[in-house]
Design a protein around this ligand. Structure first.
Ligand code: ATP
Length: 689
């Protein structure tokens, strides 16, 4: 009986179709699923590079592209495209089975052949070849298709190889790149092996058995079990992360077990949250009680919504407890007494008062409290006098420490007198109150912003052992003052760390523009190693970001209204548009202005169907089709009140500036399709010149 499979290349295009066309596609696929494919008129193509490729008529203008392997009765949907594009794509592609790792691969055979003459010419002029030090047998062992070896032998420069990235199958490109970078075949194999979905490479690979190869790539090709599953897949075209996982994501999320804490890092939009969600489902499916936690409440809400899509089984869902760390601490302390939380409105005046008569600024004192006293859980002046103040830039002598301690004491006494605590204090209190492990697994998203006190709490909620902590972080998105060393907390992720590099959200154009916003300071990972964005890339292309300067804020808001209108006129749903600003008051003003112009706008997070407006901090972890980042002028970005003067503490100053850079990076990388950046007066020094 014929079977239907869908390749991951199908869904992004399907998602973008107009409803009428999509209905046509649904009808055609439904017929497939009912096994009446014979009547569907699968068209063979003349002069196709691969004789197993077919097209299927959707309507007058649209075609589906289908792979119909010779062996096995399987039809795999690959693409849905306008007629001419579909024919051109289908004719140019060649499918093969990677001989080293046994997975289905596709390459742009026509483009490769077209490149050949130019490579030949370059090779004639060059005395050496890029991979002349590598034997054919090693290339073959690494999965390079024999047919491609003559072309590989023509390469003379790195740039030629880089030009092949989009034309070659990923695993083959990775192998060639590793060899070109000077790795030996064994090291290159280790790179290739990272793309393996299963731990072991297959014992035997049949080059003609495309169906078995498809089954070895479960994250890239899904076999549809029946009409219900098909309907479910097609009903969520924007949520393909539920079924298609990149091999690296899949290996990380569905690994049977880690011997201890595991860590996933990766730039914005590389699917870290997706990986965390799949891990939560995986562990809960095995019967474990899972805590899935993150930084803010609105991120926890977003996780709940995504879990609802991913987990069908109510028993499994029930075993996953989603809660942001602050609420978690509040809940635990609340079992003993009702906590009252002190916000900045209470704290700011207290620090102002405490700083009076001391040589220290209010922000210096409050940081000292957060980063040293609360982080280390120090409870007495003696402890504070004896502690190591790692991470702080200004050394303090004994007498100075006493002054600082008294100032801090003044604030904590005042808080205690009002019966109030900060969330960090609550985390410390909760950590002390927890009697023992409450979960089998704790999964932490946005872990780069979790405070040491919160880590202590999370650590206590799960017993040390296999699969205890699954940590998801991007140190390039650190937007709070949290510089945690996992090692200092006794959490060791060595040998259990994976980096995701492929961005699924943002276009390459937006990434190329956004990454330099981070400046040149390397980011420090939670495992104390320097974290780089090397290899961070996107396969999606689109328009370059637009940056506009205006004489004043009024004109800037006029420009914003014009931009939002243009997006709406292009049929972007209002709630897929966001406006982010450094200051809350600027965001409020923008929302009011949009409303005055008849455009529905709401403060993030909001379920209302309007443009989502909020501070850059509120945008963390979210995503939108279009985002306008406004108010990016020299006075707001960096925000003067968020920067410690260099004269006061050079280290804190540098950290503050970096934090502001990260914030702009976070806001900019929320955009899926379009990024618009504006300022009034002079641009922020972070913006490219
Ligand atoms: N394998 C996948 N297939 C399709 N889409 C994916 C896949 N993995 C992630 N995505 C999509 O990419 C986008 C970004 O994913 P996700 O939010 O998990 O990234 P992230 O690394 O947590 O991002 P950030 O750090 O910026 O919050 C989401 O729209 C998600 O659905």
């Amino acid at each position: 009986m014929a079977e239907l499979a869908i390749a991951d290349s199908f869904m992004p295009q399907y998602a973008k179709l107009e409803p009428k066309v999509r209905r046509g596609v649904d009808a055609a696929i439904a017929k497939f699923a009912e096994h009446t494919h014979a009547g569907l008129h699968l068209e063979k193509l003349n002069n196709a590079k691969d004789p197993r490729i077919r097209t299927i008529r959707i309507d007058q203008f649209w075609r589906g592209v289908v792979l119909a392997p010779d062996k096995g009765d399987v039809y795999c949907l690959l693409k849905v495209m306008p007629h001419d594009d579909a024919i051109a794509w289908a004719k140019s592609r060649k499918f093969s089975v990677n001989q080293a790792i046994g997975v289905l691969e596709v390459r742009d055979q026509v483009a490769l052949e077209e490149l050949s003459p130019a490579l030949e010419k370059a090779a004639e002029r060059s005395p050496s070849r890029l991979l002349e030090h590598v034997f054919d047998k090693d290339l073959i062992r690494l999965g390079i298709d024999e047919e491609l070896i003559p072309l590989v032998r023509l390469l003379t420069e790195d740039a030629h190889l880089l030009a092949l990235e989009k034309l070659l199958p990923e695993a083959q490109y990775i192998a060639l790149l590793a060899l070109a970078q000077g790795m030996n075949p064994q090291q290159a194999w280790e790179e290739v092996a990272k793309t393996l979905v299963v731990d072991e490479k297959p014992a035997e690979v049949d080059p003609d058995d495309l169906v078995t190869a498809m089954r070895r790539t479960p994250g890239s090709v899904v076999f549809v079990n029946g009409p219900e599953e098909l309907r479910d897949i097609l009903a969520h075209p924007f949520d393909t992360w539920r079924i298609f996982l990149h091999p690296v994501q899949r290996r990380v999320a569905l690994r049977p077990s880690y011997s201890g804490p595991a860590q996933v890092t990766g730039g914005a939009g590389t699917g870290k949250t997706v990986t965390a969600l799949h891990r939560a489902k995986f562990l809960a499916s095995k019967g474990g009680r899972v805590l899935l936690t993150t930084f803010t409440r609105n991120l926890a809400e977003a996780l709940e919504e995504q879990l609802a899509l991913l987990v069908d089984d109510p028993d499994v869902r029930e075993r996953i407890h989603v809660k942001n760390v602050d609420s978690l601490a509040y809940e635990i302390v609340g079992r003993h007494h009702r906590p009252a939380v002190a916000g900045d409105d209470v704290l700011d005046p207290l620090w102002e008062e405490a700083a009076e008569g001391t040589p220290f600024s209010p922000s210096f004192l409050s940081r000292e409290w957060e980063q040293i006293v609360l982080a280390q859980g120090l409870e007495s002046e003696q402890d504070y006098l004896a502690c190591t103040r790692t991470g702080r830039g200004v050394p303090l002598g004994k007498a100075q420490r006493s002054v600082v301690w008294r100032a801090i004491q003044q604030v904590t006494d005042a808080l205690a007198a009002e019966g109030k605590s900060t969330f960090t204090q609550l985390a410390n209190e909760a950590a002390d109150l927890v009697a023992g492990p409450e979960y089998d697994h704790v999964i932490i998203d946005e872990a780069q912003d979790i405070h040491t006190a919160q880590w202590r709490l999370l650590r206590r909620l799960v017993a040390e052992g296999p699969d205890d902590l699954f940590i998801v972080a991007d140190p390039h998105q650190r937007i709070y003052d949290r510089h945690v060393s996992l090692a200092n907390l006794g959490i060791n992720v060595r040998g259990r760390s994976t980096k995701l590099k492929l961005n699924y959200r943002t276009t390459q154009e937006i990434l190329t523009w956004s990454v330099p916003l981070l400046g040149l300071t390397p980011a420090q990972g939670l495992d104390d190693s320097a974290d780089t964005l090397e290899g961070y890339r996107s396969p999606i292309h689109g328009r370059r970001p637009v940056v506009k300067g205006y004489p004043d804020q009024d004109a800037e808001l006029d420009g914003l209204v014009e931009q939002v209108r243009a997006w709406l006129e292009a049929d972007v749903e209002p709630s897929a548009i966001a406006v982010a600003a450094r200051y809350v008051w600027v965001a409020r003003k923008a929302a009011m202005r949009l409303k005055d112009e008849g455009i529905p706008a709401y403060q993030v997070p909001s379920k209302s169907p309007g443009v989502q407006v909020g501070s850059m901090h509120k945008m963390k972890g979210l995503e939108f089709r279009c985002i306008a980042v406004i108010g990016v002028d020299d006075k707001s970005m960096p925000a003067a009140n968020a920067i410690t003067p260099e004269s006061e503490d050079a280290k804190a100053h540098a950290q503050d500036v970096q934090k502001e850079r990260c914030l702009l990076f976070v806001a900019s990388t929320r955009a899926r399709d379009h990024l618009y950046v504006s300022y009034a007066g002079s641009p922020s020094p972070f913006l490219p010149g």
